[in-house]
Design a protein around this ligand. Sequence first.
Ligand SMILES: [Zn+2]
Length: 206
Amino acid sequence: MAATKKTASKKFVEPRVKVVNGQYKVSGNFHRIIPNTPIYNEKNKLCGVTNPRELTHIHSYGGEAIFFESVPKGKLMGAQCVNPDCEFPGTIWIPFRSCCADCLTRNKPVDITKVAQETGTVHSFMVTERTGAFNTLEIPIKFINVEFTHPNIDTILMGYLSYGEPEIGMRVVPIFKKKNPTFTITDLSWVPLGTPKSKLPKDFSF
Ligand SMILES: [Zn+2]
């Protein structure tokens, strides 16, 4: 008996995830099937095949979701240790992390937007054409490590400069992708202090 060709006519359906009663419910195709092609040498001898793959990963933010939710609202969130018995009580972690790295207690989200606006300074920078596998930014990317002046902040935050050329010690201010947010770290960028509004990238504002 001839096999039915049900799969051949199957249409690709965009992968989607919903949460129902605290559990992920997925729909659509998380693995897009792409036809392979043969690889031949100059003498038309088969050497191999290409193996195209398109996978959709689910990236769970968990306790860090508040950080990514706040950025398009123009807020930069840090996470503060509230355990009085911690070796370093009151530490504010930025990049945001759910739990204190010193005592593992659940951190409290704190708004550090003002600290970033008033003290953000380029600690170091790197200009690169190499973007990393999932980076959608235009090249060259001007990665900057931003330092804050605050008694409880000991860490620096990696980001990217959207205008001007980076310099160590340069004062920078955060900008936020308030329109069409991606809810990823690229919604947060930086520009030198004093940059006019007209120079901000599309969909970004102070
Ligand atoms: Zn702690």
